[in-house]
Design a protein around this ligand. Structure first.
Ligand SMILES: Cc1cc2nc3c(=O)[nH]c(=O)nc-3n(C[C@H](O)[C@H](O)[C@H](O)COP(=O)(O)OP(=O)(O)OC[C@H]3O[C@@H](n4cnc5c(N)ncnc54)[C@H](O)[C@@H]3O)c2cc1C
Length: 511
């Protein structure tokens, strides 16, 4: 069968992809997603909201300053300021689509999150921002005559020719591979959390977009920076549900198996230390075989079901009653600051390829993302890409596609599991040269044994993260090396690498 492909292809139906499709209207686009656009995107799960300076007491300049501080010295200041300045306009776009942001008498009622110097998180009914935004956009997209939905297609590789991206190869639900040709492709495939054994991300967030771009020759930046959430509930549920940080705010303590409150030995603020420090404490206790548990019995106790119903339900589903027992926890891969390098227009280093959302690296997050800046970055860059493509100078090739072929088999689940264990153990919260080298060896072996393109993509993204982590011989932001525990002034810059360089770094380490 020959599929009629429209001129612009958007790969991924999360916030970045759908917002870009809407902003491009009435230009014809197709949005390609592995499942339905009602599922599979991390954007649905965002609980906080969108960071934007909407109060008179606040300013984009202050927002940018906070972003710079969180990013630990390597945020691109110009990009951060530009994003903060566009925030209000993008919030207005979302309002115009019908997103019911919390307001009183027409004025926003934003809340405050860690490391923001002002109340700046635009929310929807407490913790439902992601779902509310996505449900609104999904309805708009389904009603838009300019948007064709290619649901049930998982992109496997970018096709290149004459020095540019000319299309992509995708696997359909029917197990057939199909080529779609287009001279304008927007990568919006989200993050990489599922490369790790414990993650808060959906299954689809496994770094496929990053690998496809790298394999096609795109430049990748800051791949070593992975943010971990310190208190995911570790009850064998994948993805792991979160035990919200407010439980610690309410006095819940973190203990090991013997009941020892180990965070108090690590930081004077104990459980209320910054996320990275708590994540490292929890990781170290688990790695030493002592386990880690969030104990809310004394402080929340019988009020748990009423005050934290979502966490309570997650715990019960895993057979733990937090009223009477400590909750097993583990750090979970949560957000990838690195990604495919883009310029201020969202263009990657490859002609014909743009990137937006978590798969992109725009320079705004540096070594650590400021809370709720990711949804903001997704809409700002999706809008910029639509504007860039709207320029009349952009030529799009005539639509076309190629006939289908078989994609045989499924990824070997044993190898997928091994890859995720390797990443969690050796490329996780605490890293060192020995562990990273061990990981590089395992990843290359898994890649060589992989017979399926999906697993090969996962392995390549894992290798990019590992090689970047091997190269950064210091600790900065979310990247912690126990063999180089300090930040080095000379290394206060972003990191860039290609697939070829990542392989060379890994091979050098293995010598
Ligand atoms: C639990 C949780 C809470 C969060 N809370 C917040 C918050 O409060 N504020 C905030 O700013 N950020 C938050 N984040 C981060 C934020 O949700 C994400 O960074 C953001 O939603 C990413 O948007 P995206 O469009 O880039 O990717 P996603 O929303 O993940 O969408 C990616 C899309 O690409 C598709 N896809 C993946 N691979 C392929 C492929 N090979 N072919 C075709 N399609 C593919 C997926 O199916 C999906 O449709 C949170 C994240 C999590 C997990």
């Amino acid at each position: 069968m020959v599929t009629q492909a429209p001129p612009i292809l958007i790969v991924g139906g999360g916030l970045a992809g759908l917002f870009c499709a809407l902003k491009l209207a009435p230009r014809r686009v197709a949005v390609l997603t592995p499942g339905s656009i009602d599922e599979g995107a991390a954007s649905f799960w965002a609980q906080g909201g969108v960071a934007a300076a909407v109060l008179d007491t606040d300013s984009p300049e202050r927002h940018a300053e906070d972003t710079l501080k969180a990013g630990a010295g390597i945020v691109d200041a110009e990009v951060a300021l530009g994003v903060a300045r566009e925030a209000r306009a993008r919030i207005d776009d979302l309002l115009s689509y019908g997103v019911p942001f919390d307001r009183a008498d027409g004025a926003f009622t934003p809340s405050r999150e860690a490391a923001h110097s002002e109340r700046r998180i635009v929310r929807v009914k407490g913790d439902t921002a992601g779902r509310a935004i996505m449900e609104t956009l999904v309805a708009r997209v389904r009603a838009a005559p300019s948007i064709e939905l290619l649901e049930g297609y998982s992109a496997r590789e970018l096709l290149t020719g004459d020095g540019r991206v000319i299309g992509l190869r995708a696997s359909g639900r029917d197990g057939l591979l199909r080529d779609f040709f287009s001279s304008a492709i927007v990568l919006a495939t989200g993050g990489i959390g599922h490369l790790y054994r414990v993650t808060t991300n959906p299954r689809e967030a496994c770094g496929a977009g990053l690998a496809m771009a790298a394999r096609a020759g795109a430049l990748i930046a800051d791949a070593e920076f992975v943010q971990f959430h310190p208190t995911a509930i570790d009850i064998g549920v994948d993805p792991a549900p979160l035990a919200t940080e407010s439980l610690r705010g309410e006095g819940a303590i973190i203990v090991d198996r013997s009941g020892h409150r180990f965070m108090a030995d690590i930081d004077p603020a104990a459980e209320l230390a910054p996320r990275d420090i708590v994540a490292r404490g929890v990781f170290a206790s688990i790695a030493a075989g002592r386990g880690a548990f969030l104990d809310a019995r004394a402080t929340v106790g019988a009020e748990f079901p009423a005050r934290f119903p979502t966490v309570y339900a997650s715990c019960l589903a895993g057979g733990v009653d937090p009223v009477t027992a400590p909750i097993p926890i583990a750090p979970a891969a949560h957000y990838h600051m690195g990604g495919v390098v883009t310029d201020a227009r969202g263009r990657t280093s490859l002609a014909g390829l743009w990137a937006a959302g978590e798969v992109a690296s725009t320079g705004v997050h540096g070594a650590n993302r400021l809370a709720s800046n990711s949804l903001l970055e997704a809409v700002v860059f999706a809008a910029r890409i639509a504007k860039d493509m709207g320029e009349p100078s952009l030529e799009t090739a005539p639509p076309s596609s190629a006939p289908a072929r078989d994609e045989t088999g499924a990824p070997d689940q044993g190898l997928v599991d091994e890859l995720r264990d390797v990443m969690a153990r050796d490329v996780g919260v605490i890293r060192d040269r020995a562990g990273l080298t061990r990981a590089a060896r395992a990843i290359l072996r898994i890649e060589a044994a992989a017979t399926h393109a999906h697993l090969r993509n996962m392995a390549l993204t894992a290798l990019l993260v590992t090689s970047a982590a091997l190269t950064r011989r210091e600790s900065r932001g979310a990247h912690f090396r126990s063999d180089f525990p300090q930040a080095e002034d000379a290394l206060a810059h972003r990191s860039y690498l290609t697939e070829t360089q990542a392989r060379a770094i890994a091979e050098e380490a293995l010598k």
